[in-house]
Design a protein around this ligand. Structure first.
Ligand code: NAD
Length: 260
C-alpha cells in the first residue's frame, strides 16, 4: 500500500495536467449513501425515470418523496477528509479540476471554486422548473413539500424538478464536453469512489487512457477499469486520500531548492 501511495504522489508532483474524477463513494463517509453498495439508495428506492416524471403526477410525488427522505442526510453532510485532501491538492496547484458524478456540492464546500468542479449529473441543492428553467433552492421546495405540496409546480405551470440528471434525461452538453476535453488531455487521472458503470460519465477513464494518462483508481469494490489502471487502491477514500496528500507534502519538501 505504501508503495502505491508513493507512486501516486510522485505522479501528482510531476507537473502535468492532473484531474480527479469522483463518484458517490467519496461522499459515503460524509453520511450520504451511494447507489449500488449494500444498503445504498437502490436497495431502498426504485429510480423515477424522466419520462415517468413528465407524464405522471404519481411519479412526481414518488420522486419528491425520495428526495425528502434523503434531505436530512444531504443538509447535514460536510466534506470529509477525502474531499479536503482533494481541495488541498487543488489549492497547491496540483489538480486542474474535479469532474464529479456527485450532486451533493461537497467539493465546492471543501473550497474548490464552482468553475473547477464539473458536475456531470447536476446539483441537488438546486431545483428548477422543467418548462421555464426558473431556479429555486432545494430548501424552499422542501418547505413546500412539508406543507403538503407533494409535487410542486412553478408559477408558469411547469413541473419543478431537482436540478439533477434523472435516468432517461439528456446529459448537460457543456459539462460533458469540458469533462471529455479534460480527460483526453490529462497526464494523471484519479478515480475516487465510483463503480464506473454509469455512461457516458464512465467513459472518462477510457478517454484519459487513450492519451496515455496515468490512471489511478481508489475504490472499495471492483470497476471495469481495474485491469487497465496503473495503480489500483482498494481502500476507503477518507483514509487513502489524506495519505496521498501527506506523501505529496513530503515530496514537495524533498525537492532541492534552486540556489540563486
Ligand atoms: P455508485 O453507487 O455506483 O458506486 C459507488 C462506489 O464507491 C462503489 O464502487 C463503492 O464500492 C465505492 N465506495 C463506497 N464508499 C467508499 C469509500 N468510503 N471509499 C472508496 N470507495 C467507496 O456511485 P457512482 O459510480 O458515483 O454512480 C453514479 C451515480 O450515483 C451518479 O449518477 C451520482 O449522481 C449518483 N449519486 C450521487 C451521490 C452524491 O452526490 N453523494 C449519492 C448517491 C448517488
Amino acid at each position: 500500500m505504501d508503495d502505491k501511495i508513493s507512486l501516486v504522489a510522485q505522479q501528482l508532483v510531476k507537473g502535468g495536467r492532473n484531474v480527479v474524477f469522483t463518484g458517490a463513494g467519496i461522499s459515503t463517509e460524509s453520511g450520504i449513501p451511494d447507489f449500488r453498495s449494500k444498503g445504498g439508495i437502490w436497495d431502498k428506492y426504485r429510480p423515477v425515470y424522466f419520462d415517468e416524471f413528465m407524464s405522471s403526477k404519481d411519479a412526481r410525488i414518488e420522486y419528491w418523496k425520495q428526495k425528502a427522505e434523503l434531505y436530512p442526510d444531504l443538509v447535514n453532510a460536510r466534506p470529509n477528509p477525502a474531499h479536503m485532501s482533494v481541495a488541498g491538492l487543488y489549492e497547491t496547484g496540483l489538480i486542474e479540476a474535479v469532474i464529479t458524478q456527485n450532486i451533493d456540492g461537497l467539493h465546492q464546500e471543501s473550497g474548490i471554486p464552482d468553475e473547477n468542479v464539473i458536475e456531470l449529473h447536476g446539483n441537488t441543492l438546486r431545483a428548477r422548473c422543467v418548462t421555464c428553467g426558473k431556479a429555486a433552492s432545494l430548501h424552499e421546495i422542501h418547505r413546500r413539500i412539508e406543507k403538503g405540496d407533494l409535487a410542486p409546480e412553478c408559477e408558469c405551470g411547469g413541473y419543478i424538478k431537482s436540478d439533477t440528471i434523472s435516468f432517461g434525461q439528456a446529459m448537460p452538453e457543456d459539462e460533458l464536453e469540458r469533462a471529455t476535453e479534460l480527460a483526453r488531455n490529462s497526464d494523471f487521472f484519479m478515480v475516487v469512489g465510483s463503480t464506473l458503470l454509469v455512461h457516458p460519465a464512465a467513459a472518462m477513464p477510457a478517454h484519459a487512457k487513450e492519451n496515455g494518462s496515468f490512471l489511478v483508481i481508489v475504490n472499495l469494490s471492483e470497476t471495469p477499469y481495474d485491469n487497465v489502471s496503473d495503480v489500483l487502491i482498494r481502500g476507503k477514500a477518507g483514509a487513502v486520500l489524506p495519505e496521498i496528500s501527506k506523501e505529496v507534502r513530503c515530496l514537495s519538501m524533498d525537492v532541492p531548492q534552486t540556489i540563486k
